[in-house]
Design a binder for this molecule. Sequence first.
Ligand code: TYM
Length: 332
Amino acid sequence: MSNKTGKKILLSGVKPTGQAHIGNYFGAMKQFLDLQNSGDYECYFMIADYHALNLIQNADEMHKLTQELVLDFLAIGLDPKKAVLFKQSDVSAHTELAWIFDTIVTMPYLMRAHAYKDAEAKNKEINVGTFNYPVLMAADILLYNTDVVPVGQDQKQHVEYARDIAEKFNFIFKDSANVGATTFKLPQPLILENVATVPGIDGRKMSKSYNNTIPLFATREEITKAVMGIVTDSGGPENGGIPANVYAIHKLFKSEAELKPLYEANKGKYKNLKEALIEDIDAFIKPIREKRVELVKKADKVVSKTLAEGAKCANKIVQAKLEQAKRAVGVI
Ligand code: TYM
């Protein structure tokens, strides 16, 4: 802890690459909210637009998706009075520090990253931004003296890369006369075991790229469509009439104790169980969906105000760390 408040520092981010889904929410955004409201952390929540640029290469779409994600953040209850909500590209220190890290990170090391290996296995042509993804993410995290990074399981390796990069930097530049013993603090991932990987409607990890999501702000119709599409007839035994994929998603909304009698009374009756799940998802989404509808009415104003305030605050916070790193490497 090295900040003025004496609180632990928390940072996380979401890419504006499409509609937020309940995997994003339960895997990460719900933790953002709970930890923000605990009052125990100094919180930074980032819209990772430069990371999204690897995928979204259309200005109108980038503007739209960024605005949508700010509204999502606000609608779930992230609060600019309690946390800094900002956009990565507004804080140029991120890309500046990433360049410094680029000079100490090796290509073989980045070639071991899951995301790179997956893309390579699919014979995809990989741009340098995707290859370098973990380096920019390390800069995102390390600039803020971050203690904890709440994320889903798929981001664990990225937080480990940030730790490795911090250690390597601290080691290489430890003798710089004008810096203290260490420049960067080693962050910890914060992953909740039961929601580390939220499954999608086909039982694989819920992901925009698999087209198996339930949108976080889905309408009743969209919820119905998604739930009716949950795969019940494949992917392993149905545990004596309990459809595994339906149950796995239902567990996010109700406790296992609450679900037990429902599933026992409806063994093999998949339609009943799916209807109950639709009710439970809708009951959960309805209030945040309504809040979001209200926010949309004043979207332009709310979004620009939130991002302007966030950018101002984040830029101020990172100056000292960036300067420390630049001194350590000897460019100032
Ligand atoms: P992104 O935008 O892919 O996802 C945002 C968060 O949602 C989590 N998540 C899931 N958790 C559980 N089950 C799922 N099915 C599921 N799908 C998504 C992700 O783990 C993530 O926590 N690289 C990051 C963005 C980023 C970032 C950062 C995060 C950029 N810089 C610095 C933390 C710190 C990403 O692509 O998240």
